[in-house]
Design a protein around this ligand. Structure first.
Ligand SMILES: [Zn+2]
Length: 126
């Protein structure tokens, strides 16, 4: 998974570099599905609500019909420095719900299975 993880991180960096706006978009997600497609999105700051970059990328991947294999989120600061962000609590629930088996990238050298990021989670009754 080494090179492909690196390539996905690069994709997220390119995305936030392209769309960076300190008052609107500061994080980008890149999600790859099992059939090789990569979906990207950025975080959205609204008037009342901020939305993590993960949501739109995950929904695009789900709509493609292929299972999510690996996902990463990269923050860019105003000086152009990048940092891989681990998912927040809500995004951990998102991953647990829609792709519990996906690998979630936590750093340049580490990824973990999504469901391990939220142990003993509450889940909706069927
Ligand atoms: Zn989040």
């Amino acid at each position: 998974m080494g090179f492909s993880m690196f390539a996905l991180i690069q994709k997220a960096k390119e995305t936030i570099e392209k769309y960076f706006d300190r008052s609107r978009h500061t994080v980008a997600s890149a999600v790859r599905t099992k059939n090789g497609d990569v979906f990207t999105s950025v975080s959205v700051k609204g008037q009342k609500l901020d939305l993590c970059s993960e949501w739109s990328a995950v929904v695009q991947a789900l709509m493609s019909g292929s299972e999510i294999e690996i996902a990463v989120a990269v923050h860019r600061d105003t000086d152009g420095n990048y940092e891989i962000y681990p998912p927040c609590g809500l995004c951990r629930e998102l991953y647990l719900t829609y792709c519990p088996n996906a690998q979630i990238v936590l750093s340049e050298v580490e990824s973990v299975q999504a469901e391990t990021l939220l142990p003993k989670a509450w889940t909706r009754k069927k």
